[in-house]
Design a protein around this ligand. Structure first.
Ligand SMILES: [Zn+2]
Length: 76
């Protein structure tokens, strides 16, 4: 299993940064994005700013997909 490639974007709905699959971000046809935690937000309601408040659910889902060697590196 490979780690999902995600982009952290702020949802204007809850002022929280969610992990969105990067293939959604590159798709101009989409009218909304769906985060790993199932949070949905219209594409014009996301903001591309450096993350401050991560969605705990997205963090957990993203973390469980990380390969073990990456996980160990994070712990240092
Ligand atoms: Zn989320």
């Amino acid at each position: 299993m490979t780690a999902p490639t995600v982009t952290w974007l702020m949802s204007a709905y809850d002022a929280t940064w969610h992990a969105f699959p990067s293939e959604q971000i590159g798709d101009d046809e989409r009218t909304f994005y769906q985060a790993l935690c199932d949070h949905c937000v219209p594409t014009r309601h996301v903001e591309r700013t450096p993350p401050r408040a991560f969605c705990p659910a997205c963090l957990v889902i993203y973390g469980t997909h990380l390969p073990d060697d990456q996980r160990r590196a994070w712990r240092c």
